[in-house]
Design a protein around this ligand. Structure first.
Ligand SMILES: CC(C)(COP(=O)(O)OP(=O)(O)OC[C@H]1O[C@@H](n2cnc3c(N)ncnc32)[C@H](O)[C@@H]1OP(=O)(O)O)[C@@H](O)C(=O)NCCC(=O)NCCS
Length: 191
């Protein structure tokens, strides 16, 4: 069961004002990344980091990373390949990391972060045709499966949604990043 979250958190680019100390999502590698690598990656443009910051304290309760990527056409499902021009790869956005603090789980923050990442990607003027995620394990994979993500041919944990599917999930005025998940104007992503 999710709850309104906009009065508790704001999703925004990571900056020095955010309190990262103590963030724990249950996956050490993600905790370490936020603590020691995320700032550098943002500064050097290796990845854009966005955080769900608690309004009252600035404490980070969730985060995700976005970067540009390419997907070899041969990894996409056959029916999709047939519709594509004969390029070796298609441009993609990669949601490399997504994590919610154990203290904030189960309230809809993970879903809000995912929708926010999609909305920001749709708002970008850089072309992309696939929204790619790297699920860390089977639990993460099951999280993405419920939103209709499909496996790429190289690894069941390497998953994607076609841009058209992401776009269709947002209404005509969609793609705007709002203070509430509902205000992302997102219809249900396919199950
Ligand atoms: C996966 C994760 C981001 C989910 O965050 P969360 O805030 O607890 O998720 P939400 O509360 O937004 O859940 C949204 C929906 O997903 C469901 N859900 C949550 N975790 C799930 C899982 N592992 N498998 C299937 N469904 C899941 C919820 O029941 C909810 O369903 P509903 O909309 O029908 O009520 C969080 O558990 C996490 O940080 N895990 C550790 C890191 C990780 O695995 N990251 C994923 C990619 S690397």
């Amino acid at each position: 069961m999710t709850e309104p979250l906009g009065h508790l958190f704001r999703i925004e680019p990571l900056s020095p004002k955010h309190v990262r100390e103590g963030f724990a999502c249950g996956v050490d590698a993600l905790d370490r990344y936020l603590a020691s690598q995320a700032g550098q990656d943002s500064k050097r443009s290796y990845a854009s980091n966005f955080v769900a910051a608690e309004l009252s304290s600035g404490r980070v309760c969730g985060f995700y990373t976005l970067s540009m990527a390419g997907v070899a056409v041969g990894l996409l499902p056959e029916p999709l390949q047939r519709k594509m021009p004969r390029y070796p790869s298609v441009p993609a956005v990669r949601l490399g990391r997504l994590a919610v603090a154990v203290t904030a789980k189960g309230r809809g923050l993970g879903k809000w972060l995912l929708l926010d990442a999609m909305a920001r990607s749709l708002a970008s003027e850089v072309a992309w045709a696939a929204f790619v995620v790297d699920a860390k394990d089977e639990t993460a994979r099951s999280f993405y499966l419920q939103y209709g993500f499909l496996a790429l041919a190289d690894d069941p944990l390497h998953m994607f949604l076609p841009r058209a599917t992401v776009q269709a999930a947002f209404s005509a005025g969609g793609g705007t990043v709002g203070p509430q998940p509902q205000q992302n104007h997102c219809k249900r992503l396919p199950k």
